[in-house]
Write a protein that binds this ligand. Structure first.
Ligand code: ARG
Length: 471
């Protein structure tokens, strides 16, 4: 039954009130427009609460049966899209409860015994966020797998590694991608740590002080899966903190921010690499758009947008921190403002992670351009210095000799590795006939065999380690 959401606005809040809120106040204070997405968590929380109330003898088993039937019907209505959300009922909690009472009468009115919307909403947000974190972790793993696939195919592709965005030393393209795998692995780990503090039960705190009913909070926690690794129930241990704490939301927003910062850095690189001046990679057309005026353009819109959307997620973190900083204990309506930043962070993250898994699997590698760039920035200068050190020259002297060689190469319009043997020998007596070996990209790459280095054997070891970890 589709009704005007404002149809019942004339009703006062309770018998205490002599007039209803104005239409503007109703709109201003309502959260139903966005918090209805918590409906499943709200129903799950109510089912666990009701079952516990019955087990404790606070409500009858008959009431429990009716509450279960009513909530099942509400769930079916919401899933079918026939549930009527009413603005005048303010939020998801009151909408579900009102419909329950409409359906099953007094049993519905007993559901809220020993409970407040304050502990209810905190529980709902935690339950909902827990599920989203699990999905985000799965998507972070999907992205890591995609990066691993592209890395595996490019272990022997050499690109210039940069510091200060100046050509520094040759690295394997796979090694470069694996740096991002490390970041996303940490992100998944961090999300798991945040999840532990999300997964604690506020219910039982009631409005702020606890309740006089003999509630079994541990049973509710177990029913909702709010348990630790040993299966012990996880409760918010202080009722004032239980209803007012949003640290878990801030922690999530911080972890989400880091994910987006990593995505943004990768985006920046993809955008640079795809520019004509680099030409290191191409992205499949399905991730790009053209220009309405310049026919030659193919723009990396997806990474650009991801870089842009990072700003939103960073902003949501700031919004949540600022939301909390001035609040006295315990619950304040301010907390209703926790939802939109959380929802948008989750949505942005989930979409971005999915699209980046597809995008990174589709990176087209321009091997020649990468290797040309690696060969033209004197990227093996450190290798020449190391060569001299291995011949007994003190490192600082070697550094100086190579700097002179690079200067000469620049004057000659050549790469260091292209200088003739005779010329090279002029820069230091220790330079011998075997020098060109170390000046090749291949030589430079293979030399860095230290654990975590860019030598192909180490890169393959990294890939194997990640594959074993991801299962
Ligand atoms: N919609 C509210 C929120 O999101 C639910 C809690 C309302 N509690 C209250 N005492 N008004 O925080």
């Amino acid at each position: 039954m589709a009704t005007d959401p404002l149809a019942n606005k004339s009703k006062a809040w309770s018998a205490l009130f002599s007039e209803p809120v104005s239409e503007l106040v109703q709109r201003y204070t309502a959260s139903i427009g966005f918090d209805k997405r918590l409906w499943k968590a709200d129903i799950d929380g109510s089912l666990a609460h009701a079952a516990m109330l019955a087990a404790q003898g606070v409500i009858s088993t008959q009431d429990l049966a009716q509450i279960r039937d009513g909530l099942a019907q509400i769930q079916a209505e919401i899933e079918a899209g026939t549930f009527t959300w009413k603005l005048e009922l303010e939020d998801v909690h009151l909408n579900v409860e009102a419909r329950l009472t409409e359906l099953v009468g007094d049993a519905g009115k007993r559901l809220h015994t020993g409970r407040s919307r304050n502990d209810q909403v905190a529980t709902d947000v935690r339950l909902w966020l827990r599920g989203e974190i699990d999905e985000i972790v799965a998507r972070l793993e999907g992205l890591q797998r995609a990066l691993l696939g592209t890395a595996e195919a490019n272990v022997d592709v050499v690109m210039p590694g940069f510091t200060h965005l100046q050509v520094a030393q040759p690295v394997s393209f796979a090694h470069h991608l694996l740096a991002y795998v490390e970041m996303f692995a940490r992100d998944a780990e961090r999300m798991g740590e945040v999840r532990r503090r999300v997964n604690r039960l506020p219910l039982g705190a009631a409005a702020l002080a606890g309740t006089s009913y003999p509630l079994d909070r541990a049973a509710v926690a177990r029913a909702l899966g709010m348990v630790d690794d040993d299966g012990a129930p996880c409760l918010c241990e202080n009722s004032l903190d239980a209803v007012s704490d949003r640290d878990f939301a801030i922690e999530f927003a911080a972890a989400a921010t880091l994910v987006m910062v990593h995505i943004s850095r990768l985006s920046e690189e993809l955008i640079l690499w795809m520019s004509q001046n680099f030409g290191f990679v191409d992205l499949p057309d399905r991730f790009c758009t053209g220009s309405s005026i310049m026919p030659q353009k193919k723009n990396p819109d997806v990474p650009e947008l991801a870089r842009g959307k990072t700003g939103r997620v960073v902003g949501h973190l700031m919004a949540l921190v600022t939301l909390m900083k001035g609040q006295p204990l315990a619950y304040n309506k301010d907390n209703q403002e926790d939802k939109e930043p959380l929802f948008d962070s989750v949505d942005t993250l989930k979409d971005t992670l999915r699209i980046f898994a597809e995008l990174t699997a589709g990176i087209v590698v321009r091997r020649d351009a990468m290797e040309r760039a690696a060969r033209s920035g004197h990227a093996t200068a450190t290798d020449l210095a190391d060569y001299l050190v291995k011949k007994g020259v003190p490192f600082r002297d070697a550094h100086e000799a190579v700097a002179r060689a690079v200067k000469a190469a620049i004057a000659d319009g050549k790469d260091l590795a292209e200088l003739p043997l005779a010329t090279l020998k002029g820069f230091h007596a220790a330079i011998g006939d075997d020098v060109h070996e170390v000046l090749t990209l291949h030589g430079a790459l293979h030399a860095r065999r230290v654990a975590g280095g860019t030598a192909p054997e180490q890169v393959r070891a990294q890939i194997a380690r990640h594959r074993a970890r991801l299962g």
